[in-house]
Ligand binder design. Structure first.
Ligand SMILES: O=c1nc2n(C[C@H](O)[C@H](O)[C@H](O)CO)c3cc(O)ccc3cc-2c(=O)[nH]1
Ligand SMILES: C[C@H]1O[C@@H](n2cnc3c(N)ncnc32)[C@H](O)[C@@H]1O
Ligand code: MET
Ligand code: SF4
Length: 388
C-alpha cells in the first residue's frame, strides 16, 4: 500500500523509481490477479449523444442545433444487440449523454415520441428489452445518477459505471474542461458512487488523466474511490484512461499524457487501491500493451468486434488475437470475462437482481463456464481468443 504522502512524492520521480514502482505494482497484480488478463466482449450502444454538459475534451456530445443530435430507437438497439450476440458478445454497454431533456426542448420532444419524459426512464425500458429479448447483459454508463435512479436501473442491468474523472473542483472554473458541466461537479459524482454503494451495485469507475489536473489531485481522486470501496465494497474495477486530444474541442491543442505518465499513474493506482479492485486501461488509446502490463493492469475493459468506441471513434479496437499475442509474450493468458466480476457473481443474492442473475451467461452455462466465472484466478479457458 502507498500512503498519500508517498504517492504525492512520486510526482517528480526519475526513470529508476518509475521502474521500481511498476515492478511493485506488478507484484500486487500477480498475487491478486495472477496469470490472466481479461476483457469483456461488448456492443457499444450510444443511446443518446445529446447531453446537458459540454466537457472540454468530448466529441461524443452533439448539440441539437447541429442536426446530429439523436436518440436511438428500440429497434436499432435490439438489432445491434442481436448482431453482437451472434458474434459472441455478452455485454451491452449503454453509454450516453446526461439528462439532455433538462436542457433541450428537442430532446424532450423526441423522448415524448418514445413515450418518456426522461432519458433514464427510456434507458430503463431498453435495458429491460435487452434482458427480455437477448442473451446480453446491460452495463449502464449514464453519468451521474440519483439514489432512486440507481434503484430503478438495478433490476435491469448487471453492473453500472461512471468515471469519477477527477475530484478537483478547480476543473469546474472558467477556462477549465468541466466549466458549466453540472454533472462533473465532484460532489455529485461522489454522491453517485455512494448511491451505488448503498444499493450494492457492482460498479466501474475511474479517472481521466491529462485534463489539467495536478498529480496531487489525481492521487486524491484515487484515494476517494478507495475510501468509497472501503465503506461499501462495490467498486469492481477502476479505469485509468488517458485523455486524447480531439479536433474541434476546447482541448484540441492540449498535451496528451505521455506513456511514462500513464505507467506511473497505473502503478500508483495499483498500490493505492484495494487489491481486489480490478485495474483497467483501454487498449485502443495507446498501443504499448507490454508497457501497461508491466505497470500492473489486469484488465483491458470492453472490446467490440462490432461497434466502434463512440467516445474515441478515431481509435480502433485492437484485434483480439493481436492483444492475446501481446499478453502471451508477457506471460499472461487473455481471458474473456463478463461485465460483472466473479466476486460479485459469487454474492449474487446481494449484488444482482434475481432476474438479472438468471440471465447471466454463467447461470445458463451457455457462455462462459460456471467455474470460470466463479474463480477468476484458476482459469484456463480461451474461448474469447478462439472466437476472434
Ligand atoms: O468503449 C469504451 N468503454 C468504456 N467503458 C466500458 C468498459 O470498456 C467495459 O464495458 C467495462 O469494463 C465493463 O466491465 C466504460 C464503462 C464505465 O462504466 C465507465 C466508463 C467507461 C469508459 C469507456 C470508454 O471510454 N470507451
Ligand atoms: C466515458 C468516458 O470517456 C472519457 N472521455 C471522454 N472524452 C475523452 C477523450 N477525449 N479522451 C479520453 N477519454 C475521454 C470520460 O472519462 C468519460 O467519462
Ligand atoms: C459519453 S461520456 C460517458 C457517460 C457520461 N456522459 C459521463 O461523462 O460520465
Ligand atoms: S463526457 Fe459525458 S458528460 Fe461530458 S459532454 Fe461528453 S457525454 Fe456529456
Amino acid at each position: 500500500m502507498l500512503s498519500r504522502k508517498d504517492a504525492i512524492a512520486l510526482a517528480n520521480c526519475d526513470k529508476e523509481e518509475l521502474e521500481h514502482l511498476c515492478s511493485e505494482a506488478a507484484k500486487v497484480r500477480d498475487t491478486y490477479w495472477p496469470n490472466t488478463l481479461t476483457y469483456s466482449r461488448k456492443v457499444f450502444i450510444p443511446l443518446t449523444n445529446m447531453c446537458r454538459d459540454t466537457c472540454g475534451y468530448c466529441t461524443f456530445v452533439k448539440h441539437p442545433d447541429s442536426g446530429q443530435g439523436n436518440i436511438l430507437s428500440r429497434d436499432r438497439v435490439l438489432s445491434d444487440v442481436l448482431k453482437g450476440q451472434q458474434q459472441g458478445c455478452k455485454e451491452a454497454l449503454f453509454s450516453l449523454g446526461e439528462k439532455p431533456e433538462k436542457r433541450y426542448a428537442y430532446a424532450r420532444d423526441w423522448l415524448a415520441t418514445l413515450g418518456h419524459t426522461s432519458m433514464v426512464n427510456y434507458l430503463t425500458e431498453v435495458c429491460e428489452m435487452v434482458l427480455d429479448k437477448s442473451l446480453m447483459i446491460p452495463h449502464v454508463n449514464a453519468g451521474t445518477l440519483t439514489f432512486e435512479e440507481v434503484k430503478q436501473l438495478k433490476p435491469v442491468s448487471g453492473s453500472m459505471g461512471m468515471m469519477l474523472e477527477c475530484t478537483s473542483a478547480r476543473l469546474m472554473k472558467k477556462g477549465q474542461p468541466h466549466h458549466a458541466c453540472p454533472d462533473k461537479a465532484p460532489g455529485v459524482r461522489i454522491q453517485t458512487l455512494e448511491n451505488a454503494g448503498k444499493l450494492d451495485v457492482p460498479f466501474t469507475t475511474g479517472i481521466l488523466i491529462g485534463i489539467g489536473e495536478t498529480w496531487e489531485e489525481r492521487i486524491d481522486s484515487l484515494l476517494a474511490i478507495n475510501a468509497l470501496h472501503a465503506q461499501y465494497g462495490h467498486i469492481q474495477e477502476v479505469i485509468v484512461q488517458n485523455f486524447r486530444a480531439k479536433a474541434g474541442t476546447a482541448m484540441a491543442n492540449a498535451p496528451e499524457p505521455t506513456l511514462d505518465d500513464m505507467r506511473l499513474t497505473l502503478a500508483a493506482a495499483r498500490l493505492i487501491l484495494h487489491p481486489d479492485i480490478s485495474l483497467q486501461a483501454p487498449p485502443n488509446l495507446e498501443q504499448e500493451y507490454t508497457a501497461y502490463i508491466s505497470a500492473g493492469i489486469n484488465d483491458w475493459g470492453g472490446i467490440s468486434p462490432l461497434t466502434k468506441d463512440f467516445i474515441n471513434p478515431e481509435r480502433a479496437w485492437p484485434q483480439i488475437a493481436t492483444l492475446a499475442g501481446a499478453c502471451e509474450s508477457a506471460g499472461y493468458q487473455l481471458q474473456e470475462r463478463l461485465t460483472v466480476y466473479p466476486k460479485y457473481l459469487r454474492s449474487a443474492e446481494r449484488y444482482l437482481a434475481t432476474n438479472v442473475h438468471a440471465a447471466m451467461p454463467a447461470s445458463r452455462a451457455d457462455g462462459l463456464a460456471v467455474e470460470q466465472c466463479l474463480s477468476p484466478n484458476s482459469v484456463t479457458r480461451t474461448q474469447g481468443v478462439a472466437h476472434a
